[in-house]
Design a protein around this ligand. Structure first.
Ligand code: ATP
Length: 526
């Protein structure tokens, strides 16, 4: 499925801009997270692409097809956009088994589909198994319980998963009882011959009406796959259910009811249900927020794998920057309905286009230090920081990405505000400590770049120290200012301990204090 393109998409409620002139290209197969604080317009953006919300203006194309165009009057409904949804409240049907929960949606699909020879499809599946008789017998052997009796359900499940066949085919094969026969090879060979004859007869029958069967057992005439408006057959539904169950590893729960599953297992069923119709785009709105921290971590890794396995495009809404960082191939960072930065997670982290992006991504948060310029010497800028300390900022020459241009609408009131980050200070409340409106420059220093074990640097003292085992987060007091550093390992610092602070990196970011945009990245010598 090719790109999703948003061109000048705006959503207004009365005079309020929920999404303002958004331009975005989401590549095929991307995993894009829509990230931003509560109320910034993430869900609205997702819903507009999905067709659940009508934009006020703009154009959206999915795979080259225009699904919305305010000027041309095009608005394709959600159910015609071949997209899947996974929301926070995924509500499985409690009175249906896991299997039915997944299959139910599939049985309602009625659309233009390839005409398939179901019988031939099933016969080919069974033949595949019989042609690998040793593997089949091994699977059955491994499905014995403690008393040595074969667990038929387990054997069926392993055949279904191992050979990608339907439940009906697995049952037929087990009913042959090859594993109990004294002559397993000849029983298997006899059945295989029968299946080959069936396949041959099917091919002949179709050839008589001018059709050939392709490798998916679809009918092809003159090089074109024959289609008709129809429902999925039981065999197709079963194969699809089994396929997604295999991907999210819930094959063993198929006959259980949702109340008999843990939260994480239910979530996996919900994901399977969404994936079953093979949507080319999968929309997820904070799907993991109901899960506990450990499970969330586990599901994140599952989602990452799922993205690769399905080859679908994933669009994922979250306000959790860690989730966005770890999952996405690209982060779309929004504030106040306005796109701030659209880049790979590490680019947003290392090269934030403005103060908002720098502040929103990273935990612990980036340190902001107000600075005034006292002179320009070639490429370097002499600065005064932290109440009069002299420092020199030298750019590293890296290319700077410009923040996306925002075309301000004339009646807009909520988009003109420049983000003012918080600057921690031992004396002020959070509000009072916001960066001064007239700061000339603001330096952004990631906590991992702060060194406190050197012999030279700014004098400071340990304000607090929080070892987690793997790393220690320290807050250092410099005058009345507080800087946050992260030191690898479980280092113990004494509160009040005198330290020297230095910045050993060329990854410090110089921002324009007024507009908030990034000016350069470089090093800071004191
Ligand atoms: P959250 O993370 O809290 O879910 P979000 O970024 O997804 O937030 P949206 O749900 O997209 O935010 O909402 C964007 C803005 O649009 C919010 O300020 C919200 O109050 C407003 N909004 C959403 N729906 C409507 C509506 N139907 N009528 C008026 N305003 C709305």
């Amino acid at each position: 499925m090719p790109d999703i393109v948003l061109t000048n998409v705006t959503k207004k409620w009365d005079r309020f801009y929920a999404v303002d002139n958004l331009n975005l290209v989401i590549d095929d197969n991307a995993f894009v997270t829509l990230l931003g604080p509560s109320g910034c317009g993430k869900t609205t953006t997702l819903r507009m692409i999905a067709g659940l919300e009508t934009p006020t203006s703009g154009r959206i194309t999915i795979g080259g097809t225009t699904v919305f165009d305010s000027e041309a009057g095009i608005n394709v409904p959600a159910n015609k956009r071949r997209v899947g949804f996974l929301f926070q409240n995924y509500a499985l049907w409690p009175n249906m088994t896991v299997y039915k929960n997944i299959a139910f949606g599939l049985s309602n699909i009625k659309e233009d589909l390839p005409v398939i020879d179901d019988g031939a499809l099933a016969a080919a599946g069974q033949l595949r198994v019989l042609e690998n008789l040793p593997d089949m017998l091994k699977i059955i052997e491994e499905s014995k319980d403690k008393s040595g009796k074969i667990d038929a359900d387990k054997a069926a499940l392993h055949l279904i998963d191992g050979f990608e066949i339907s439940a009906g085919s697995a049952k037929d094969l087990l009913n042959l009882r090859i594993h109990e026969s004294l002559e397993p090879n000849s029983v298997a060979a006899a059945k295989a011959d029968k299946l080959r004859a069936e396949l041959e007869a099917a091919r002949k029958k179709h050839a008589a009406s001018g059709h050939v069967l392709n490798e998916r057992f679809e009918l092809v005439k003159d090089g074109k796959v024959l289609t008709k408006t129809r429902k999925l057959s039981a065999e197709e539904i079963d194969l699809k259910v089994r396929k997604v169950a295999r991907i999210v590893k819930i094959g063993m729960f198929m006959d259980r009811y949702p109340s008999e599953l843990s939260g994480g297992q239910q979530q996996r069923v919900a994901i399977a249900r969404t994936l079953a119709p093979e949507p080319s785009v999968l929309f997820m709105d904070e799907p993991l927020s109901n899960l506990d921290a450990k499970l969330r971590l586990e599901m994140r890794s599952e989602l990452q794998r799922l993205h690769i396995d399905t080859g679908s495009t994933f669009i994922y809404v979250t306000h959790d920057q860690m989730e966005a960082m770890t999952l996405a191939s690209k982060i779309c960072l929004i504030n106040n309905g306005v796109l701030q930065q659209y880049a790979a997670p590490l680019d947003v982290y290392n090269k934030p286009v403005n103060l908002f992006a720098a502040d929103f991504v990273g935990s612990p948060a980036i340190n902001f230090i107000q600075a005034s310029g006292t002179g320009q010497n070639g490429a370097s800028t002499a600065l005064s920081v932290l109440d009069g300390i002299k420092a020199v900022f030298t750019p590293n020459g890296a290319e700077i990405e410009k923040a996306p241009e925002v075309i301000q609408a004339p009646d807009k009131s909520n988009k003109d505000v420049v983000f003012r980050p918080n600057i921690p200070n031992v004396e002020y409340t959070d509000e009072a400590a916001r960066v001064a409106e007239d700061a000339e420059y603001i330096l952004g220093v990631r906590p991992e770049y702060i060194r406190i074990d050197g012999k030279s640097g700014i004098e400071g003292e340990i304000y607090s120290s929080m070892p987690t085992g793997m790393e220690t987060t320290v807050r250092i007091r410099v005058g009345n200012h507080l800087l946050t550093g992260v030191v690898f390992g479980g280092v113990l610092y004494r509160i009040g301990q005198r330290v020297r602070v230095s910045f050993e990196t060329d990854g410090i970011i110089l921002f324009d204090g007024k507009g908030g945009g990034m000016i350069a990245q470089g090093s800071l010598s004191i």
